[in-house]
Design a protein around this ligand. Structure first.
Ligand code: DX5
Ligand code: ZN
Length: 216
């Protein structure tokens, strides 16, 4: 199976959002990656439900929603209503992670858990069977355009081993500093999905960049 490509709309031109959404629709991308930041869990604020609802109206591909917020349980129902297909929460803010994962699935979405660069893969041992997606952060969340943290490659290998040992069908996604070089190493290590923001949208030809990632 070819690698799933999820361009991050955080790096879109916010004055021309529909143009960039349509660009993703017409490209070889598989998902829209949607980064929601609350200014509490991460030191930045991005956007909320109105943007997701506007995207859902035009999106012809699934919405992969990555929420970097301190209290995800409070908003699960609203993300489902806004059109999220996959909802990924951060391990670091979920004291009752098993319950949160169940809540996401009961709301009709696929459930993902993201791990910050300092969080070991082993914390997922007892929930991996419940998960649809593991998101390995290869930067500290909060901003696009940061430098790739190389240790993410090893964490992808560890996640792959955990998934295989448990019989889980979870996909492994990696987010932060992805380009064709880091992306190739991640795919070789077992990544199923790559998020890319600045690498795609800081290029004059985002469609071609998406195609180059898809070919990895
Ligand atoms: C970072 C976000 C990423 C970000 C990636 O907190 O979760 O999805 O948009 O941006 P790049 O690809 O520029 O590192
Ligand atoms: Zn993200």
């Amino acid at each position: 199976m070819s690698v799933i490509i999820a361009p991050s709309i955080l790096s879109c031109d916010f004055g021309n959002l529909e143009r960039d959404f349509q660009l993703i629709n017409r490209s070889q991308a598989d998902w829209f990656h949607v980064d929601v930041m609350d200014g509490v869990f991460v030191p930045n604020i991005s956007f909320g439900f109105p943007i997701i609802e506007a995207l859902k109206k035009v999106a012809e591909k699934p919405l992969d929603v990555h929420i970097m917020i301190a209290n995800p349980d409070q908003f699960i129902a609203q993300f489902a209503k806004s059109g999220a297909d996959i909802l990924t929460v951060h391990y670091e803010v979920c004291p009752h992670l098993h319950r949160t994962i169940a809540g996401i699935k009961e709301a009709g979405m696929k459930a993902g858990v993201a791990l910050n660069p300092h969080t070991p893969v082993s914390v997922l041992e007892n929930v991996i069977a419940e998960l649809d997606l593991v998101l390995i952060m290869s930067v500290n969340p909060g901003f696009g355009g940061q430098k790739f943290i190389q240790q993410a490659v090893e964490k992808v290998r560890q996640t792959k081993a955990l998934i295989q040992a448990s019989g889980s069908s979870a996909l492994i996604e990696v987010d932060g500093g992805v380009n064709t070089t880091t992306g190739a190493a991640l795919v070789a290590a077992g990544a199923d999905a790559l998020v890319a923001g600045s690498f795609v949208f800081n290029n004059p030809d985002p469609t071609a960049v998406i195609a180059s990632l898809k070919a990895l």
